[in-house]
Write a new protein. Structure first.
Ligand SMILES: [Zn+2]
Length: 199
């Protein structure tokens, strides 16, 4: 019997993985619907009826004294349409990766040793150390800009400071103890492609 159920939000974005107990109780309470391979959704009663007809089910069945019900593999929340707020941590490594190891001024690609974190608004002018004001810059651009605003240094930002987007399926797949089920793949892929295209 498989323990894990993929949870989608209302827009069918994969957001979470939960236990089958939790998944069934969400469906029972009508906070979520079971999603099948054809993207059809079922409430608890429909799913219980359908379970009578299913002979084989990859995730198995739960037996109660009066009925048995198939363990869903994917459920969709009925009301929740946000993506989880798993913020990308503000670390040097994540900043480098966010800007793809490029200098945001000249656009060149550098190794991490050749890159600096650069305050667009200098710290001496109250510039903050956060996603909105930090970019990556090569040594040369960093020196050239110095303690000035980009306009003052006559330098243009090719890449503007930005906050990384939520990493979608990456955060679902990476956890090593979780096995990605075949039935999840289409939803996880959907998130993956959407995430890529928005960048
Ligand atoms: Zn540069």
């Amino acid at each position: 019997m498989s323990a894990d159920v993929l949870v989608l939000n209302r827009n069918f974005y994969a957001i979470h993985i939960t236990s089958w107990q939790r998944a069934l109780s969400l469906v029972y309470l009508d906070h979520a619907r079971v999603v099948d391979e054809e993207y059809r959704t079922y409430d608890f009663e429909d799913w219980r009826e359908l379970s009578k007809l299913i002979q084989q089910h990859p995730a198995g069945f739960v037996h109660t004294p009066t009925f048995r019900i198939a363990i869903p593999e994917v459920i969709a929340l009925r009301f929740y349409d946000k993506l989880p707020e798993t913020e990308v941590k503000f670390t040097r490594r994540n900043i480098y990766e966010h800007y793809r190891y490029r200098c945001c001024y000249c656009g060149g690609r550098f190794s991490s040793q050749e890159l600096n974190l650069e305050h667009v608004i200098p710290r001496s002018r109250g510039g903050r150390t956060d996603w909105a004001n930090i970019v990556t810059a090569c040594m040369a651009c960093n020196l050239k800009k110095g303690d000035r605003l980009p306009e003052e240094a006559r330098m243009q930002l090719l890449l503007k400071p930005s906050k990384p987007r939520w990493r979608g399926s990456a955060s679902l797949i990476v956890r090593p103890h979780i096995k990605v089920r075949a039935s999840w793949q289409r939803f996880v892929d959907t998130v993956y492609w959407n995430t890529e295209l928005e960048e």
